[in-house]
Ligand binder design. Structure first.
Ligand SMILES: *Cc1c(COP(=O)(O)O)cnc(C)c1O
Length: 495
């Protein structure tokens, strides 16, 4: 069945998946959503025997229906190869009686690699299909991990430029070094004097700026996005939920058809939304537990039905979740409102004007698949400490937020029989000093010494991604005011 893509905010004509991937975001400011979420319930048995790549081809093929199977196979094979340091791509680890879906085995050791190693190939293929002879400019706002994963994924790909904006004082030292030392002839990196929300709304504004669109047009450029607002990033994230579920069956942790709960450390709501899509597709998932850090806007939203960004912004040890405006929630609201574009548009307008919106009783009722929990910095640190002491397994701070949320949820819902799959989104090597500081014995402030210590404590080899930056020099020095992002883009592109 053909699946097309339409905006969450306006009832305009639906477009093909290749077009949606190229455009990234709809011109009316809405996000592209599939006209149908295909159901694979009947295929689960067969799919459970697939390896990661076969599963990826299958899942992408039911959403990206204007791509041929052959095209998708090529994209998948180029993405999930030995860039990943684990042949399973997304292994499930049993630690004590908890299950972790490790999504950090890619080149930048965070889960953004799962989608950003394939997005460039999807985009290139889409451009060919549409016979698009323009140069694409990928504008990216990052809370720390998307930036490097995009730089890596799009590195030296002809016909594509990448511009990354990150909060200068809102990412970890390793994250910053990963971006600032990245060499490539088509990439530009800037720190801004604001937080991730400033970066993201700045990028969204540039996207919908008519004047700049016209200026781009003249130079034969066009914008696209590597953020999870791009449907080409979201759909590949569905794959690992299926894969993780099937691994749990294979290891006899669960029976076929048994429901599980997912615990997802959440920022922009992309990862957990992919889990929700997996549920809608027929994967036996009971609850989706949305784990927040001290920026607990989603926790409050899920408990009250009011989304409210008028609050203090905290910089935490899980910087990739330091977000107040979770973009992908808009896609969920679209589904839960019964695909009511008017309603979504009015909520998003309220958000823009007042920094808050309320959902209808009907949407609130439909939110019952989700539960929210949050972890303070103290909770996060004690989760790292506790899990290490009990199992010699080191959690990164984002995964620790999820672990803490899992414990809280479980305590409140002891009658639920489901097993939990905790999504592990980054390697502890990406946040070495914070991880060490969380352990009740000894702390170590120096990042490089901390890396060695992590290796010693976890008895694992230092990943290439980290070794690499220790030797590289900084090549991107750009810093800009959050209000000057448009100017910087113009200067960079000479438009
Ligand atoms: C991006 C990120 C998250 C949050 O994922 P969203 O899709 O934005 O909700 C969590 N953990 C890490 C390590 C990340 O990089």
């Amino acid at each position: 069945m053909e699946v097309l893509y339409k905006s969450t905010r306006k009832d305009s004509q639906a477009i093909s998946s290749s077009e949606a991937i190229i455009r990234g975001i709809s011109e009316d400011g809405g996000l592209y959503v599939p006209t149908d979420i295909p159901n694979l319930s009947k295929d689960l048995e067969e799919l459970s025997r697939f390896d990661y790549k076969e599963l990826a081809v299958k899942i992408l093929s039911v959403f990206f229906t204007d791509f041929t199977i052959d095209e998708l196979k090529k994209c998948v094979n180029s993405a999930y190869d030995n860039k990943f340091d684990n042949s399973e791509i997304a292994p499930v680890k049993k630690i004590g009686d908890q299950y972790f879906l490790e999504l950090f085995h890619g080149p930048t050791i965070a889960f953004k690699d799962m989608a950003l190693s394939i997005l460039p190939h999807l985009l290139k293929t889409a451009m060919k299909k549409q016979d698009l002879r323009k140069e694409i400019v990928i504008l990216t706002a990052t809370s720390g991990d998307t930036g490097k994963a995009a730089l890596q994924g799009f590195n030296n790909i002809g016909g594509i430029k990448v511009i990354v904006f990150f909060p200068e004082n809102g990412v970890s030292k390793i994250q910053k070094l990963q971006m600032r030392t990245h060499q490539g002839n088509n990439v530009y990196v800037f720190g801004i004097d604001g937080n991730f929300d400033d970066a993201q709304s700045g990028v969204k504004k540039i996207f919908v700026n008519k004047q700049i669109r016209e200026a781009l047009e003249k130079k034969n450029y066009m914008f696209s996005s590597a953020n999870s607002i791009n449907i080409g990033r979201l759909i590949p994230q569905i794959v690992y939920y299926f894969y993780g579920y099937f691994r749990m069956i294979k290891a006899s942790y669960i029976d076929f058809g048994e429901k599980i709960n997912l615990v997802v450390p959440t920022g922009n709501f992309g990862n957990i939304l992919a889990g929700y899509y997996a549920k809608k597709m027929g994967l036996p998932i009971n609850k989706l537990i949305c784990a927040s850090n001290e920026n607990r806007v989603l926790f409050d939203f899920l408990s009250t039905g009011k989304y409210d960004v008028n609050r203090e912004f905290y910089t935490t040890s899980s910087p990739s979740m330091d977000i107040l405006i979770s973009s992908n929630l808009e896609r969920l609201l679209y589904t839960l409102s019964g695909e009511n574009q008017e309603e979504v548009k009015s909520m998003m307008e309220d958000l823009g004007k007042k920094g808050e919106y309320n959902i209808s009783a009907a949407i609130k009722k439909n939110l019952r698949d989700f539960a929210g929990e949050y972890a303070s910095e103290k909770d996060t640190n004690s989760a790292i400490d506790k899990v290490y002491k009990a199992y010699n397994y080191l959690l990164d701070p984002h995964t620790a937020v999820a672990y803490s949320a899992y414990e809280k949820y479980k305590l409140k819902n002891i009658t639920e029989k489901e097993k939990y799959l905790i999504v592990s989104t980054a390697s502890p090597y990406k946040f070495p000093a914070d991880v060490l500081n969380a352990l009740s014995f000894g702390s170590n402030k120096d990042e490089y010494a901390a890396i060695e210590k992590i290796s010693f404590l976890s008895n694992t080899e230092i990943p290439l991604a980290v070794k690499d930056i220790m030797e590289k020099r900084i090549v991107h020095h750009g810093i800009c005011d959050k209000n000057d992002m448009l100017k910087v883009v113009k200067e960079t592109l000479k438009i």
